[in-house]
Design a protein around this ligand. Structure first.
Ligand code: SAM
Length: 330
């Protein structure tokens, strides 16, 4: 078996698979109100193509974790079947999903039965008015129903991902943490990154990890968690002595690229060796042209070798990738 190793010695074992670039929310730090030009249908990998590529990744390339994302993975019609077929692969990977939870209340159990192990749910506020301000939709109740359904279906530990926006929800960080602790969800704050379709991200406007800690310190005592961080993006802290924890993913101000073990597959079959990569490697073309598994695996290995040592956000020459987060797969 080849490993997905880059020239800096990092090994990619965590595959993020985007199943669609479409989403049913319009979070203002991610997408414009009117949405985007979606990928043409014939460029999006079919269910069979997704499974063939994931199979190559786990059986030949050492991938041990598969996370489905998007866009919004729950809007992909074949999702339950894709999860079932992924769980049947050898060796069986860990299977997780990053989702906004809209509609999850209807199929959390079916997903768990199909083999989904865990979910990360995005939720930036528990106030309906702020939820509408950020997502441009009145769907907070659906997200909460999805979260509870995920917990009841055993898709845990259920993690909650939150982005803080200055003047919008940054003052709600303690409230969100208190609620997550009470409900048994593991909250992670993510620093806002320059990946929005509108290119409106600004370094001075983003809420930094230091600011997040300052807000949380007003109400909680945070102590570094005992468990080693490894390649996890989140720095973990025990809340008021534990056992509850909170995580901070400081991609901008405290990059963790040196420990990155992730590789991404877009919904249209392009490998990206970094969220911020400006180049992609096409697997869809060879796949549809009849390439063998060994040939596709070789392309994949080559795509990862060239991974840069860091994302470069803090370099003066940094250029945002052409695709926004929703089209890469967050
Ligand atoms: N629709 C799914 C969801 O909401 O989780 C999956 C895709 S979404 C792009 C994945 C995560 O990326 C969400 O937690 C979202 O808040 C986050 N995200 C989107 N744009 C971001 C940005 N510019 N900086 C940081 N996180 C962002």
């Amino acid at each position: 078996m080849s490993a997905l190793t880059d020239t800096w010695g990092r090994v990619a074992t965590d595959l993020r698979v985007s199943l669609t670039d479409r989403c049913n929310l319009r979070c203002n730090y991610c997408m414009p109100a009117e949405g985007l030009d979606w990928l043409p249908d014939d460029t999006v990998l079919t269910d069979d193509e997704v499974i063939r590529l994931v199979d190559i990744a786990v059986s030949r390339l050492g991938v041990t974790e598969v996370r489905f994302t998007g866009g919004e993975p729950l809007v992909r019609r074949g999702l339950v079947d894709i999860v079932r077929r992924t769980a049947a692969l050898t060796p069986r990977p860990e299977i997780s999903m990053t989702s906004n939870a809209l509609g999850l209340s209807r199929n959390a159990q079916a997903l768990a039965d199909a083999g989904l192990d865990r979910v990360n749910i995005s939720l930036d506020t528990i106030r309906p008015d702020t939820f509408h301000e950020i997502t441009r939709r009145d769907r907070l109740h659906d997200v909460l129903a999805g979260l509870y359904a995920a917990r009841d279906a055993g898709l845990g530990p259920v993690k909650v991902n939150a982005v803080l926006l200055r003047g919008v929800n940054d003052d709600q960080a303690p409230e969100l943490l208190r609620w997550c602790v009470q409900e048994g969800f593991e909250l992670r704050f993510i620093e806002q990154m320059p990946l929005d379709a509108q290119h409106a991200w600004s370094r001075t406007e983003m809420i930094t990890a230091d600011e997040i800690f300052a807000r949380l310190d007003q109400e909680f005592t945070l102590t570094p968690a005992a468990e080693p961080r490894g390649s996890a993006p989140a720095e973990l802290f025990a809340v008021d002595g534990g056992p509850a924890t909170v995580g901070v993913i400081a991609s901008v101000t405290r990059p963790f690229c040196g420990d990155c073990d992730r590789v991404r597959l877009t919904a249209d079959g392009q490998v990206r060796n970094c969220l911020f990569a400006r180049e992609e490697s096409d697997l869809r073309g060879p796949l549809r042209d009849g390439a063998s598994d060994a040939e596709i695996a070789e392309r994949w290995v080559k795509a990862v070798v060239t991974k840069l040592p860091g994302h470069g956000i803090n370099d003066p020459s940094f250029l945002q990738p052409a695709r926004p987060m929703s089209a890469i797969g967050g």
